[in-house]
Design a protein around this ligand. Structure first.
Ligand SMILES: NC(=O)c1ccc[n+]([C@@H]2O[C@H](COP(=O)([O-])OP(=O)(O)OC[C@H]3O[C@@H](n4cnc5c(N)ncnc54)[C@H](O)[C@@H]3O)[C@@H](O)[C@H]2O)c1
Length: 251
């Protein structure tokens, strides 16, 4: 069975300069969608955008923690496309430290990038998603939003917030007649910069032993799950979580 086409669909991906976000942009474009790639790191974003030159796709500087940036992004998407069919709240950041060694500023930074971002994106893009008439939000949480690990407390708290916020948004959209499905994706270990920052190369080798499939995920494997939830293949999938972790949370 081939994956559903996303032809004619307009998608916005946050944190799209690299890692899972860039892989998601690639996967959406491969399925026919027009993608607005956004990131705080405009230099890296320009490099990623090089492969989409000449197409209808757009690059946008968007700091997901800045409400003014979301307002600008909303205006740009409205002016260019008039609607939004798919919002992928992917941008995230983590660092590894014990709760007792976390300053309030570090806590607020983690919550802002991982959780405030999802609220702001949902809040500001909702009118454009409603204009779609058949929209989907996919929020990128983590296995750390479901199970904890030593040193991941604040990150887990933020990602657990994304998990339950996704369900709440799905239910509120349905209750208010908004045709917007909302789901969360929970990647296991993926060898991207955020993971290298948190555990280092040695930590990656160590963690492979805890994964039943014995390896890390490729960013493309997370992107495929995101595309599924964004597509008509998932037309009755709403308010749920999709774990993509090679079996890590099954044991
Ligand atoms: N890599 C993993 O093992 C893993 C596991 C579970 C969940 N995740 C989640 O997947 C998502 C993508 O992470 P990744 O692995 O691709 O990491 P990554 O570090 O490769 O990419 C994160 C992107 O987010 C961008 N970003 C950071 N702060 C931002 C901000 N304030 N505004 C806009 N963009 C910002 C970065 O510039 C970067 O391009 C994150 O939400 C992360 O928490 C990753």
């Amino acid at each position: 069975m081939s994956a559903a086409s996303l032809a004619g669909r307009i998608a916005l991906v946050t944190g799209a300069a690299g890692g899972i976000g860039a892989a998601t942009a690639d996967a959406l474009v491969a399925r026919g969608a027009t993608v607005v790639l956004s990131d705080i790191n405009i230099d890296a974003l320009e490099t990623t955008m090089a492969r989409f030159r000449g197409g209808p796709h757009r690059a946008l500087k968007l700091d997901v923690t800045a409400e003014a940036d979301w307002e600008t992004a909303t205006e740009e998407v409205r002016a260019t496309f008039g609607k939004l069919d798919i919002l992928v709240n992917n941008a995230g950041w983590g660092d590894r430290r014990l709760i007792f060694e976390t300053s309030f500023d570090q806590w607020k930074k983690l919550l802002a990038i991982n959780l405030d971002s999802v609220f702001l994106g949902t809040r500001h893009m909702m009118p454009l998603l409603e204009a779609s008439g058949d929209a989907a939000i996919v929020n990128v949480s983590s296995i750390r939003g479901l199970v904890v690990g030593v040193g991941f407390g604040p990150y887990s708290a933020a990602k657990a917030g994304v998990h339950i916020f996704s369900k709440a948004t799905a239910v509120e959209c349905a209750a208010t007649g908004r045709k917007v499905r909302v789901n969360s994706v929970h990647p296991g270990f993926v060898a991207t910069p955020i993971m290298l920052d948190m555990v280092g190369e040695a930590g990656i080798a160590e963690r492979c032993r805890d994964v039943p499939q014995g390896r890390f995920a490729l960013p493309e494997e997370i992107a495929t799950a995101i595309c599924f939830l964004a597509s008509s293949d998932a037309s009755f999938v709403n308010g749920t979580e999709l774990i993509v972790d090679g079996g890590f949370t099954a044991i």
